[in-house]
Structure formats: structure tokens, C-alpha cells
Design a protein around this ligand. Structure first.
Ligand code: NAD
Length: 366
């Protein structure tokens, strides 16, 4: 097929299993590109420990420039025992924070799905968790992680939670727009019974709904109740909208639902260039063995395609993952003790084959 559309991707494999899992994501991107009439050009750049080893810095200028010039950034993971004693801006993870800052991505999207047929690895009972399909929309560049004043004082320490109306408005728009493409229901999570910042959050979010999205449903939950509800009845949620701190904790809590970190993708958007990466880290305990689950990286590639407008190909990837799992393929993290396991690359190849099938059936909604 003649490829008329092309997408330039900055590929940042990073450390540990990052290179292995993102290689499979690129394989799948190539396959769906051929089937859907576009090409993906991935250019490799260093970040994290790999960049420290090569340049002495975890986020070299050359990587920064390449990311800002790209259409999207696909990242593996950073960090590992080799750099554990590093401090400050010599830590691999500081490269990741610098990357997010450079891209200006303020909205972190984390879908968590547990299809009825794949509840086996979940710590929750199948009848509670089967059918879960939540999208967490977490504000990423504001809140208590970035507020001032902060730091140690003579007799203690302080951190400050700050949100402007404009910051709340723009993340609320992201959540409502995502809900329009899903079941139309947003749960806004805050701590308005205690925090002034949350009081403002509770004023701004309903106003945005009334002014722009009157057809969508909105409800509010306090964060402590939301945490309980995620475990008690995760199927009640569609889109969860929340700030930086609460989103960090709640989305990690929900990450346990499918049963493996290897299944969870993420997208960070809102700046000029989006960042797409698995939720998991560099998993040094299994790195280099071709046993990691590449699903999170592959589904991150699907989110990347959504963001560059290739939504049919993105759905095809999700179909490919479902088809491979439904066919019984299991990487070690998902296999029961009596089940055979497949390697990272075998799983990736299988997804690529299914995803390139031009007529996917029952493709899930993003
Ligand atoms: P981790 O996510 O790397 O691993 C936690 C556990 O989950 C490990 O047992 C690992 O084997 C398993 N796991 C993770 N991804 C998997 C996959 N795709 N398939 C199968 N199993 C998988 O978290 P950690 O062990 O706390 O951290 C390891 C390193 O990664 C640290 O240096 C940490 O700072 C870094 N880290 C980086 C990121 C990131 O780059 N975004 C995120 C979290 C942790």
C-alpha cells in the first residue's frame, strides 16, 4: 500500500525492560501502519540511566530537541540498581521529570480495563472486577507536587497544594471530552470537606460541565471514599477526573485490578507533543530475559495513534492485544502455574499479526 501519511516518533527505550517492550510496540506500529496506510519513523534517543552512562546526564539536550521536534514520544522506562546511589539530577528518574516538563504535558491518562474473560490474574473476585473499564484523568503539572512554599523549615517541613482556576478548567475539559467518547460519565474526586483547593475544584468542574458538556453526567466523591469504591465496585466508574496527588495514588491502586503492571498503558498530553509510556518501571529483576509483558507498551502505542489521529489503527492494536490474550497467549506475569508462557517477542509478533488484520471484530472503545 502507498503510505501517504507519516508520523515521526522519538523512541526513548530507556533502561531495564524498556528496550524490550517498546521494540514490540514499534513492531505493532509498523504492522498497523502498513495495514492502515501510514508509516511510522522511529528515531532512537537516550534517556535515564542509559543517557547517564553515555553523556553524564539523564536527559541530554539532543534527546530534548528530538522529542520537541517529533510528532510523539514513545518511552520505555528509566532506572535500575546500577544508578540507585545517584542523587539529585544524576538520578535516571530526574530525566523523566525533565522530559515531562519540557513537553508541558499536564494531563495524564491511564485506562484500566479488566474484560470479563480475563479476570484470572486480578486480586479481586471475578464477579466484582470483570467488565471494569476506567479512564483516570490526572492533572500532572500542578497541585502539591509543585506548589510553593515547600521544603524544610527550622522546626518541620511544608508542602503547598495550589491550583489555579485555569489549571482546573483545562484538565476538566480533557476529562469531559474523553467521557464524550466513552459512557458519558465523569466522577470528580477531591477532598472538598477539608481542602480549600478542593472547594474551588468543586466549583469549577460543574461550571465547565454546565457551560460546555450539559449532556454528560457528573458526580463528586471524596478521595477516601473513591479509594474504597475502586476496590469495592470498580465497574461503577467511567472517567475519573482528579488532581495530581489523588490521581497518583488512585491510579496506582486501580493498576492492581488487572493483576499485572505489564498491562497498563499511559498517555501524558496537553503540551505540543504527547508522551506515551507504560505505567510500569524498568523491572530490573526480569530485564534482558525476553520474558516481560509488552502489552502496556503496545497499548501505549495505541494511545499514541489516537493522539496523532490514527484512531482506526489504534482500535486495531487494542483488538490485536485482546485477540492474542483471548487465544491464550500468556507472558510469565499472567500465566497460572499450569499454563505455558510465551516470550516478550512472541507475544509482540502475535499482537502485530492480529492488529494488522484489516477487519477487526469487536474492537473495544478507547
Ligand atoms: P517496576 O514497575 O519496574 O516493577 C515492579 C514489579 O512488576 C517487578 O516485579 C517487575 O518484574 C514487575 N513488572 C513490571 N513491569 C512488568 C512487565 N511489563 N511484565 C512483567 N512484569 C513486570 O517497579 P520497581 O521495581 O519499583 O522499580 C524498578 C525501577 O524502575 C526503579 O529504578 C524505579 O525507579 C523505576 N521506575 C521507573 C518508572 C518509569 O520509568 N516511569 C516507573 C516506576 C519505576
Amino acid at each position: 500500500m502507498d503510505n501517504t501519511r507519516s508520523h515521526d516518533i522519538a523512541w526513548l527505550p530507556g533502561d531495564g525492560i524498556g528496550p524490550e517492550v517498546t521494540r514490540e510496540a514499534l513492531r505493532v506500529l509498523d504492522a498497523v501502519g502498513s495495514a492502515h496506510g501510514f508509516s511510522v519513523t522511529a528515531t532512537e534517543h537516550r534517556i535515564g540511566g542509559a543517557a547517564l552512562d553515555e553523556t553524564g546526564r539523564p536527559f541530554p539536550t539532543s534527546t530534548r530537541e528530538a522529542c520537541l521536534e517529533s510528532d510523539a514520544v514513545l518511552l520505555g522506562a528509566v532506572g535500575g540498581p546500577k544508578w540507585n546511589d545517584n542523587t539529585g539530577d544524576k538520578r535516571p528518574e530526574s530525566g523523566l521529570l525533565a522530559l515531562r516538563r519540557a513537553l508541558g504535558v499536564y494531563a495524564n491518562l491511564r485506562p484500566v480495563r479488566v474484560p470479563e474473560a480475563r479476570t484470572g490474574a486480578s486480586p479481586l473476585r471475578p464477579d466484582r472486577v470483570g467488565g471494569t473499564d476506567i479512564l483516570f484523568v490526572r492533572e500532572l503539572t500542578g497541585g502539591i507536587y509543585f506548589g510553593t512554599p515547600e521544603g524544610r523549615t527550622d522546626d518541620g517541613a511544608r508542602s503547598t497544594m495550589v491550583y489555579s482556576e485555569a489549571e482546573i478548567e483545562r484538565i476538566a475539559h480533557v476529562a469531559f471530552q474523553r467521557a464524550q467518547r466513552r459512557d458519558g460519565h465523569v466522577t470528580s474526586v477531591d477532598k472538598a470537606n477539608v481542602l480549600e483547593v478542593s472547594e474551588l475544584w468543586r466549583e469549577v468542574v460543574p461550571r465547565i460541565r454546565e457551560e460546555h458538556y450539559p449532556d454528560l453526567e457528573l458526580r463528586h466523591l471524596y478521595v477516601d471514599n473513591a479509594a474504597m469504591q475502586v476496590v469495592r465496585d470498580p465497574r461503577q466508574f467511567d472517567v475519573v477526573l482528579t488532581g495530581n496527588l489523588f490521581g497518583d495514588i488512585l491510579s496506582d491502586l486501580a493498576a492492581a485490578l488487572p493483576g499485572s503492571l505489564g498491562l497498563l498503558p499511559s498517555a501524558s498530553v496537553g503540551g505540543t507533543v504527547g508522551l506515551f509510556e507504560p505505567v510500569h518501571g524498568s523491572a530490573p529483576d526480569i530485564a534482558g530475559q525476553d520474558v516481560a509483558n509488552p502489552t502496556a507498551a503496545i497499548l501505549s502505542a495505541a494511545l499514541l495513534l489516537d493522539a496523532v489521529g490514527e484512531t482506526a489503527a489504534a482500535d486495531a492494536i487494542r483488538h490485536g492485544v485482546d485477540a492474542a490474550l483471548d487465544a491464550g497467549l500468556r507472558t510469565a506475569d499472567l500465566a497460572a502455574s499450569d499454563e505455558e508462557t510465551v516470550s516478550t517477542s512472541t507475544f509482540g509478533r502475535e499482537v502485530a499479526t492480529h492488529a494488522a488484520d484489516p477487519a477487526p471484530k469487536n474492537a473495544p472503545t478507547p
